[in-house]
Design a protein around this ligand. Sequence first.
Ligand SMILES: *Cc1c(COP(=O)(O)O)cnc(C)c1O
Length: 411
Amino acid sequence: MSFVSHIECTVCGKRHEAGRLLTVCEACGQMLAVRYDLARVAAAVTKDALQLRPPGMYRFRELVPLADGEEPVALGEGSTPLLELPRLAAHVGVGRLWGKDEGQNPTGSFKARGLGMAVTKARTLGVKGLMIPSAGNAGGAAAVYGARAGVPVAVVVPRGTPEAAVAEAIIAGAYVFTVDGSIATAGRLIARVAPAVGWFDLATLKEPYRLEGKKTMGLELAEQLDWDTPDVLMYPTGGGTGLVGIWKAYEELAAMGWVKSPPPRFVAVQAEGCAPVVKAWEDKAETTAMWENPVTHAAGLRVPGPFAGRQMLRILRESGGTAQAVSEDEIIAAQHLLGRLEGIWTAPESAAALAALLRLRAMGEVGPRERVVIMLTGCGFKYPAPPLPAPVHLEGSESAILDAVRRAIGA
Ligand SMILES: *Cc1c(COP(=O)(O)O)cnc(C)c1O
């Protein structure tokens, strides 16, 4: 049974009927969001009943937009662990620290949630094919779920996109194209080409379902903290689907009466070389402006003109949060730190979120007793390795080998 009531413009409020292919608001061109009959949801499910369901993001079936009998295109996405990080917490100097390890999703990033949901709906609603502009992981995930669904996918990525994400898309049988520029260039190209060839444009937040997949991160986070909220949520921000999605989860759970504590302070983290949200936040602007010459090795953060800039800034204001940019060197150092202290090789994007936490802690914007969640949005091995010390090669006599080992481990 579906609990979707309608689809609504997040800016002008215009109602759109669900059950047909939608892109952006037909009145004002802004971002759409799925709305549910939350009173009916609250009456239909209990926290105890939820606990007994099998894992995966579709266990929250009353709060996802599946129609009656609609089978999701699934590969085991969701139900990622919320890992407590005590050694890192001691190092950073906060009360409690958790990492939501989204790198354990199929495709190695949280893009699996959004694209799994978006591809599911696109197939049901009858697309001929899908075209997606991407910085890497979204294209890979679209290709993978497209293959699983039997829907053809074309991916357009900037030149220099991390090789593993490109390979992932090609192996999944997608048509992959590169362009000079960024995801914004790819997006403008698809906006012209997709209608001409009759395929659906799956650009970030320009259809309402990807957000619903990302929202499940927030539902899980709430459940994993026993329906309590952390004080601070660190989110590495590109197009902002996760940030907007987690906020939406907290809003819906609050409306259902399931979460009573206030939402966390949302922190949008970006790279210094591409920080349109941070710039707009500092300028107290209503929305973001296009960032010229975006550069960062954290590919998912290389989004110079996010479509949901306005919505993200509103969430930062309403939650009492902030926005913070970090340097490329801080990203690499944070990646090493998390690996060394907790054994997690995270993606550069999520390493940026840790780097930003270190900064906010140093500035006193995060206090010593606060409870913090970092969204670990992807796994490190989808990216070229950061600069690393070379391993010590062992050769020669027994005593030479023993000497070399002793020197290396300090024993
Ligand atoms: C896409 C991506 C991001 C940014 O996510 P948005 O929802 O677009 O803000 C962060 N981290 C990783 C690993 C990504 O692939």
